[in-house]
Each structure stands twice: as structure tokens, then as C-alpha cells.
Design a protein around this ligand. Structure first.
Ligand SMILES: NC(=O)c1ccc[n+]([C@@H]2O[C@H](COP(=O)([O-])OP(=O)(O)OC[C@H]3O[C@@H](n4cnc5c(N)ncnc54)[C@H](OP(=O)(O)O)[C@@H]3O)[C@@H](O)[C@H]2O)c1
Length: 287
């Protein structure tokens, strides 16, 4: 009999890739998108997990509006923090493994090098605090939880959401024909959703637990990343550098939050593919 796995947030960038990869690997996937199940409802979460009795639960649901969260911190906390408590408690009751996703924004970006799993956290805003709360709840109730921190996720699931992702924003803005201004003083590790999905399943299949970084494997500024996207798309777009002083946002963001996938390496998980290859794969996927 196929092992059952529940996926929450199944229609997001990561969720669609998790469902596809889990099915490819022979699991029976029970997928829940937001319209079917709201993870902030303890009752809905508990009922769904008790009924399915899954071997594992992947939580790809998240409130990701980093700037809006500064106006509505409670909404961010409910979806990214308290909802993880609901999931972790339900997993404990059903003896299911929990695989939860977090963010590079738990760090303040002042270290000057890519972050490893053991570096001290210091979130800078409401979204980041809410994600850290989620990590703590996952660990509080589920000793064997996997917490995968990632960064700048991009996947074709974004084509169906209002929020989109960075490559889609760049490609849309490029249509204006005007030069684009992109911050060059913020560095992250953009992560291709299919590679993130497959590595997180590898962690579960290797029976690992604890905090892991699954970043795209390359530290790059948003400015250089934008140029890479246009190069791979074969578009001649003028990209000009700007910085956080000129481009103000409601939420403070870490300046250098690239992730070093140190534990993944130590545990023998396949390294992430080169960023240039994943950008090319993304552009091919989106058609
Ligand atoms: N995207 C990034 O750049 C980024 C960076 C670092 C870390 N991460 C983390 O990586 C994980 C995957 O992110 P992603 O990029 O796949 O996000 P995404 O594309 O925004 O997908 C998140 C999904 O969660 C759903 N959702 C939101 N609130 C929900 C609720 N209360 N109940 C059920 N579903 C809910 C959303 O539905 P609606 O569309 O209907 O709201 C959406 O389908 C998340 O943990 C995220 O925090 C993402």
C-alpha cells in the first residue's frame, strides 16, 4: 500500500512541486489548498490529519507578504506561527512526521557571509518574527520535525497567483521598455521550487530531523539576479543598480541573507543545481 502524505498550501509555488514530486516517488498525496482547508483553523487541521492518518505532513502554506505584514502582524502570526502549532499538535497526535518551511529572513543579515543552521537568529520585522514563531512551534510539539529554511523561492506555481515571484515581476516590468532599477545591496540565494521540493523530500526519506538550509546554492544580489534572468530570457533590458536607501520598503530586510546548505552537505543530500541552470529551467517551464 502507498504511504500517505498530506500537503498543505498545495497551490503555492512550493506546494505544486511537492505534490508532483511526491506522486512521482509513489506516495499517495492528499493535497489541501487554502479554499479546502485553512491552516489557521485548529479544528480543520486536526480533523484532516486524524482522518488521513498520514505518514508525513508537508506545510507549504504561508503568509508571505513581507511589507503588508507590518500593517497586519496578527494575520502573519496566525498563518505562519499559530497555524504551525495546529499542524505540529495534530502531527504529534497522529504520530506523523512534520516537514515545515521557513525563511532566510529569520537572520538579520549582518554576518557578512552565508548563514549556516547554527547561526544566531534575529528577525527584523513582523513577517520574519512570525516565521521564527512557526519554527519554534514546530520544534516545541514535534521532536522529529524537519524545518527547511529557504530564500527567494521561484516556481511556475506563481503564474497562477496574484503575488507572483521575482522573475515574473522582472519580466512584467521589462515590457514597459524603460530601464529597471533593482537593489544591489541586498543579497539572497534564490531557490528553484522543484529543487527545494525534492531536497526536502530527500530529508524525510533519509529520516533526518531538525533545521536545514535549502537555499539556491549561490549568494547573489537582486540586481545581478535580474540581469541573469534577462540574459537567460534573451531579453535586452537595461538594469540599473539602486539601494535600500533609495528604494524604501515598509519592512526592514536582511542585507545579506544567503543560505549555506551546510547540514544538507554533511548529510549527503544532493547539492542544489547551479542558479543559472534553474533560471533557464524556470523560463523553459513557464513557456
Ligand atoms: N516565496 C519566497 O520568496 C519565500 C522566501 C523564503 C521562504 N519562503 C517560504 O517557503 C514556503 C513556500 O513558499 P511559496 O513561495 O510556495 O509561497 P506561496 O507561493 O505564497 O504559497 C503559499 C500558499 O499558502 C497558501 N496559504 C496562505 N495562507 C493560508 C492559510 N491560512 N491556510 C491555507 N493555505 C494558506 C496560499 O494561498 P493564497 O494564495 O490563497 O493566499 C498559497 O497557496 C513558505 O513557508 C514560505 O514562507 C518563501
Amino acid at each position: 500500500m502507498k504511504k500517505k502524505i498530506a500537503v498543505f498550501g498545495a497551490f503555492g509555488q512550493l506546494g505544486v512541486e511537492l505534490c508532483a514530486e511526491l506522486e512521482r516517488r509513489g506516495y499517495q498525496v492528499c493535497a489541501f489548498e487554502r479554499a479546502k482547508l485553512d491552516v489557521t483553523s485548529a479544528e480543520q487541521v486536526e480533523r484532516a490529519i486524524a482522518e488521513i492518518d498520514p505518514f508525513a505532513v508537508f506545510n507549504a502554506a504561508a503568509y508571505n507578504m513581507v511589507d503588508v505584514a507590518e500593517r497586519e502582524p496578527l494575520a502573519a502570526l496566525e498563518a505562519n506561527g499559530l497555524a504551525v502549532r495546529n499542524l505540529a499538535l495534530a502531527c504529534r497526535q497522529s504520530d506523523a512526521r512534520l516537514v515545515h518551511f521557513s525563511t532566510d529572513y529569520v537572520f538579520d543579515g549582518t554576518l557578512g557571509r552565508s548563514y549556516v543552521e547554527t547561526d544566531a537568529v534575529h528577525p527584523l520585522g513582523a513577517y520574519a518574527v512570525s516565521k521564527l514563531v512557526g519554527e519554534l512551534y514546530a520544534q516545541a510539539y514535534s521532536e522529529r520535525a524537519i524545518i527547511a529554511r529557504t530564500s527567494g523561492v521561484f516556481g511556475v506555481g506563481a503564474l497562477k497567483t496574484a503575488r507572483g515571484n521575482f522573475p515574473e515581476t522582472m519580466l512584467r516590468l521589462a515590457k514597459s521598455g524603460k530601464p529597471l532599477r533593482v537593489v544591489e545591496d541586498h543579497v539572497a540565494s534564490p531557490t528553484y521550487a522543484p529543487a527545494l521540493a525534492s531536497r526536502s523530500i530527500d530529508l524525510l526519506e533519509k529520516n533526518l530531523s531538525g533545521v536545514f538550509h535549502i537555499g539556491g546554492g549561490e549568494a547573489i544580489s537582486w540586481f545581478d539576479y535580474a540581469k541573469l534572468i534577462f540574459e537567460k530570457a534573451g531579453l535586452d533590458v537595461e538594469v540599473q543598480p539602486t539601494n535600500e536607501r533609495e528604494y524604501r520598503t515598509a519592512a526592514r530586510r536582511p542585507k545579506f541573507s544567503a543560505l549555506d546548505n551546510a547540514r544538507m552537505r554533511e548529510c549527503g543530500i544532493q547539492p542544489m543545481p547551479p542558479l543559472a541552470d534553474t533560471v533557464a529551467a524556470y523560463l523553459a517551464d513557464r513557456g
